[in-house]
Design a protein around this ligand. Structure first.
Ligand code: DON
Length: 319
């Protein structure tokens, strides 16, 4: 862009300007054709590549949106930081860190193994192994109790009652052998805190919860607002948990591209394979995008372009 990035004032710009920029971002990137819809979960392959929505919710609850903002899609990996928040809130941030880890690779600075194994192990709650372990730590003695905790907790973040998309759940359940393998491997090392098959099933239900881009922006705005949903005024998690969730999102929210993301965009984020991305600018607000075509790392192509543009023009960057 030729306009220089906005220097942050600690606030979002005035309402008219935010809506204009959200509209401009939509018009700029609507025609983008790059990327491919995820197909490793059969039902996701049927998503229309044309779907596109953007929503910004300010830390005091103002909302600005355009495009397919009412279309439901499965939350997928975007659920992970929010479930981690619920677990850290329930067991305490220190216990959560000790049991789940909060590092991006977990190898020492001079490790050769890191080069070989970086893709094969997990050290934090936002990659599948750590996320399944996080789900296994959710309070509750049965799978149904744990899932209900997750569903209710994520609904409080969104300010609305969220439900599972049964078609996605069935499709993903028929193709989640890798996640079952991860859960059994973790269990063999004593690093899972519930039955491996049941933990994987609860995790799969969690990923199948249906949201809109508006819901995701409210969820992000709750993290931007210190853990209080700015539209319902309900406190969802304590402030100290909120700040640590954002730290983990900055470290690992976009997997192996988290460093590039922080370098370019400068805001904690989380992506999911159904095409959602959330970003959180503390004290300012949450931004969510939905567009199914993904790049080879599994991140929405239009979502990344919109987030970069709006981060610069709204002054979201932390640095
Ligand atoms: O476990 C899985 O593979 C999916 N339920 C979620 C993966 C996901 O969203 C990763 N995102 N980039």
């Amino acid at each position: 862009t030729t306009t220089p990035p906005r220097v942050s004032t600690g606030e979002l710009p005035r309402s008219e300007e935010v809506q204009e920029l959200v509209t401009e971002a939509y018009q700029r990137y609507r025609g983008t054709k790059e990327g491919h819809v995820a197909d490793y979960i059969p039902v996701l392959a049927a998503a229309s590549p044309a779907l596109f929505g953007i929503c910004v919710v300010g830390a005091r609850g103002r909302s600005f949106e355009i495009g397919d903002v009412d279309v439901g899609f499965s939350i997928q990996s975007v659920s992970k930081p929010f479930v981690f928040a619920l677990v850290a809130d329930a067991v305490g941030s220190d216990t959560a860190r000790r049991r789940l880890g909060v590092n991006s690779t977990g190898f020492p600075f001079n490790s050769l193994m890191a080069i070989e194994l970086n893709d094969h192990r997990t050290m934090n709650p936002l990659v599948n192994a750590g996320a399944i372990a996080t789900t296994s730590l959710v309070p509750g003695t049965t799978a149904d109790e744990k899932f209900e905790q997750i569903r209710k907790g994520l609904s409080r973040f969104a300010g609305r009652d969220l439900r599972v998309n049964e078609e996605v759940y069935a499709s993903e359940s028929s193709s989640n052998m890798r996640n079952q393998g991860i859960a059994h491997l973790l269990n063999s090392y004593g690093s899972l805190y519930f039955d491996p098959d049941e933990a994987t099933d609860v995790y799969t239900r969690q990923c199948s919860l249906e949201v809109t881009v508006h819901d995701l922006a409210v969820m992000a705005a709750t993290l931007a607002n210190g853990g209080v949903n700015p539209q319902t005024q309900e406190r969802v998690v304590v402030r100290g948990v909120c700040r640590r969730v954002l730290a983990v999102m900055a470290t690992a929210g976009l997997y192996e591209l988290s460093g590039d993301w922080l370098y370019e965009i400068g805001v904690p984020g989380k992506s999911g394979v159904s095409g959602g991305i959330v970003t959180v600018s503390p004290g300012k607000g949450g931004l969510a995008t939905f567009s199914p075509p993904l790049d080879p790392a599994g991140n929405s192509v239009r979502g990344q372009l919109v987030t970069k543009f709006l981060s610069e023009r709204l002054g979201l960057n932390l640095f």
